[in-house]
Every structure is written in C-alpha cells, then in structure tokens.
Design a protein around this ligand. Sequence first.
Ligand SMILES: *Cc1c(COP(=O)(O)O)cnc(C)c1O
Length: 327
Amino acid sequence: GTDKWVADLELLKGLEPLAKDDEFVKKFAAVKKANKHAFVGFAKDHYGIDIDENTLFNTMVKRLHEYKRQSLKILAVISTYADIKSGKVKAEDITPRTVFFGAKAAPGYYLAKMTIELINNVSRVISSDSAVKGKLAVHMLPNYNVEMAQNLIPATELDEQISQAGKEASGTGNMKFALNGALTVGTLDGANVEIRERVGADNFFLFGMTVDEVEAQYANGYDPAKYYEADPRLKQAIDLVADGTFSNGDRNTYSPLVADWLTKDWFMTLADFSAYMGIQSEIEALYADELEWNRKAVLNVANSGYFSSDRSMEDYLERIWHTAPLA
Ligand SMILES: *Cc1c(COP(=O)(O)O)cnc(C)c1O
C-alpha cells in the first residue's frame, strides 16, 4: 500500500521530487493549514485561549534551561513588540506571528522559573495592547507534555532550536518538527548539524556562533555588557525588562535576570542576539512566498526519515553492540 513509510521512514525520501510539483506542494500546505486550524481548537479547549490561525505559528517547546536560551527568544519577541508599537516597522512590513512557548523547569532552578514568569508577563502585556493586536501574540502554554507535542508540532511552521553551540547533546524535538513540515531556525548545535546536512543548507535558517567561536569567547573573557551597548535593539529589550514594563512598574521583579544577562550570561545569549534578529528578515521574506516556504517544508519532511528510531537502533546494533536483530 501507500503507507509502507510508517514502518520504513526512509521511504519519505520518495517525496523529494514532489517538492517541484506545485500541485503537490499546495496540497501539503493545505494539510499544514488544517493542522493549524485543529490546534486552534485544541488550545481553546485545553487552555481557553483564542489564536489567530492566519499568523505564522512559531514554536519553542523544550525544558527550560539557560543553555537552550528561551531568553534569546523572549528578548527577540520584546524587541519586535517595541518596534511594532513605536511604528519603527511599517504595518505592511509586519509578518503577523503567534509565538508558542512550552517548558517545564526544575523546582529549584530560580532563573528558569523566573524566565517562565517573564514569558507569561510578556504574553499578558502584549495581549492587552491594542497597538499590536493581530500582529504579534505570545503564549506560554502550561504543562508541556506528549499530548501537547502531538498537537502543536504538526501545526508549527517555524521551530526554534537556538541553544548555545556545543551544549545540546542531540535534541529530539528538532527532528520531530522537521519530520512534521516545520522549518527550523537554529544554531550549529546537536542534531541541528545533521538535520541541516540532510535537508540542505538552503532549507534551514542557520545563525549564531560556532563551537569554536564560543570557545574563543570563553578563552578571551566573555563580556555580555559589550553586546548590550553595541546593539540598540538588544539594549531596548533588556531595558524594558529592567524598567518594569512587564512587572507592573516594579523594577525589582526581574533584577536577578537582568543582572545575570549583563554581568554573566554564561550561555552567550547576548552575543547571538544580533545574528538572531538578522535572520528574521530572511524568514519573513520566505514566509511571504507561500509556495516556496512549503517547498522547503516538503524537503524537510522528505529528508527526515534518517531520524527514525528504527534506523538509530540499527546503527547501535552495528556500531556499538556488534550484533544483529532477533528477527
Ligand atoms: C521531544 C520532547 C522533549 C525534548 O525536546 P528537545 O527540544 O529535544 O529538548 C521534551 N518534552 C517533550 C514532551 C517532548 O515531546
């Protein structure tokens, strides 16, 4: 039958030539739209939130950890919010976006819990600001678990894999998203490296420092304040966290987080901020071309069969355990 790929995921490779077939790509795009529509219903039922399905669905779901750099994403969201609100970006240049976060943190992990609180407060402030209505929304979805993943990953168009280069052992979320037709914005870290090799550099939004550049920064004495001073957008975003914009005017609420960013920033979020903002225009230009975006999404699916757990187990049998399957 046509469903052999379910048990032999590398058969997805057969889709590759269809990325050139406009009619196929349009059907693929319609499936993604249907998945977005379904997630809007899921989110209404489970979280009681209203989502505009005619926005770019942009997702960052994973454990909350400083090395994974949810801070980088929320600072970028804050910067975009400030630019839209001030009129710095013209209305016709705005790509309406919905940003979804999902993350759990260890109970004693103070900065991680504080980051979740900040995301929730940015969400609250943005959702109550009529100046950005229909242009930008942020949701911190509670209780990230497999059920949420099963609903959100197929609905996602842009996936965030923005950890500091050298820190992620592999990641599996990145594979799930590529397999489900999302494009990835990511660093050269963990399995992002192999995903990019498989799907093609043209079909992956790469940004940020390499492992070698990170090592050189540690060796030379990394100074985050330098980046804060050098990039006005970064400075503005951090200043908005510091000045109480997201904490009802209370400047103390986020002072531990702000102090960490400006004096320590062990995972070099500030150093990668400019590059991260830089790639957004590339992402938005491609998103404006629905057919081209979906062509690249098809190529991501077609080349993700390699990340099947069956293939991975066969690799273990051969290279690690030196044995053969039982049947
Ligand atoms: C895949 C998955 C993860 C791991 O995500 P990474 O991005 O690889 O860190 C964590 N939690 C859930 C519920 C998942 O489905």
